[in-house]
Design a binder for this molecule. Structure first.
Ligand code: MLT
Length: 265
């Protein structure tokens, strides 16, 4: 009984959690906000509230371009939990949403009743990873969200989803197409600059569920296992027949894993 706040991945929006909102066990309420800049959420409600490439350094965003640090997104989620969840919630983040959830734990642990970390990792980007982000940012500036969608779709979905679940693949593509290039660049720069969360894992003293699609190649099962091993109170659930977007590719298995976890709280 309580509230689950779902935090979406990149470059998606809160609607990626529609199936989970509909399947929550009785007594649980779900909130699935669009992170700033995604869906119809403005990047900046107050001018100057989002840092720029000049503030953050790094070579993913140009000096005048906005950047979305994970800390800023975590503070937005903190505000939501304070306003709409009575000050404490289960926080479920997928991939970038997991980076945000771990940042929220670091900044405001009192707001986190339990953590669900799906298809994500505690490690920061490698130099190679940051180089890839810079190339993706250049692609987004040059060719827009359509080029990002074409590049990313085969990496986030399993071959089976791509080949046989046209509705799911179309929804994922549409979410990506709906993300403005400025947000894509801002989030890429924010993810490239994110901290190493591994030192924080031993401090997590709330129950945690680590979830991973068994065919996830971006954050593979061994990465999820290492994440679960770093947490003192974690269980690991491997979702069959799913890659990186495990909640969208196999909602029944994801929802069942989440429900099992919620009943333990
Ligand atoms: C996501 O799904 O949020 C992204 O794959 C995260 C990332 O690029 O690190």
């Amino acid at each position: 009984m309580g509230t689950v706040v779902f935090v979406h991945g990149f470059p998606f929006d809160g609607s990626m959690w529609d199936a989970q909102l509909a399947a929550l066990p009785t007594g649980w309420r779900g909130l699935a906000p669009h992170l700033r800049g995604f869906g119809d959420a403005p990047l900046e409600a107050v001018p100057g509230e989002v840092p720029t490439g000049a503030d953050l350094g790094g070579d993913v965003a140009f000096p005048a371009e906005p950047v979305l640090p994970m800390e800023l997104l975590a503070d937005d989620i903190a505000g939501l939990i304070e306003r709409e969840a009575g000050g404490r919630a289960v926080v479920c983040g997928l991939s970038m949403g997991g980076y945000v959830a771990l940042s929220l734990w670091r900044r405001r642990p009192e707001l986190v009743r339990a953590l669900v970390l799906a298809d994500t990792r505690a490690e920061p980007d490698t130099d190679e990873g940051r180089g890839n982000r810079a190339r993706m940012a250049a692609l987004a500036r040059r060719s827009g969200a359509a080029a990002i969608a074409s590049a990313m779709l085969p990496t986030v979905l399993s071959e089976r989803t791509l080949g046989t679940r046209a509705g799911t693949a179309d929804r994922v593509r549409d979410m990506m197409l709906g993300t403005a290039p400025a947000t894509i660049v801002a989030a890429l720069a924010g993810m490239a600059a994110r901290r190493d969360s591994r030192p924080d894992l031993p401090t997590v003293d709330v129950p945690a569920l680590v979830v991973v699609g068994e065919e996830d190649t971006l954050t593979p099962p061994d990465v999820a296992r290492a994440l679960a091993d770093g947490l003192s109170r974690a269980t690991l659930e491997v979702i069959p027949d799913a890659a990186h977007l495990s909640n969208l590719e196999n909602p029944p298995a994801f929802d069942a894993a989440l429900a099992r976890f919620l009943t333990t709280l």
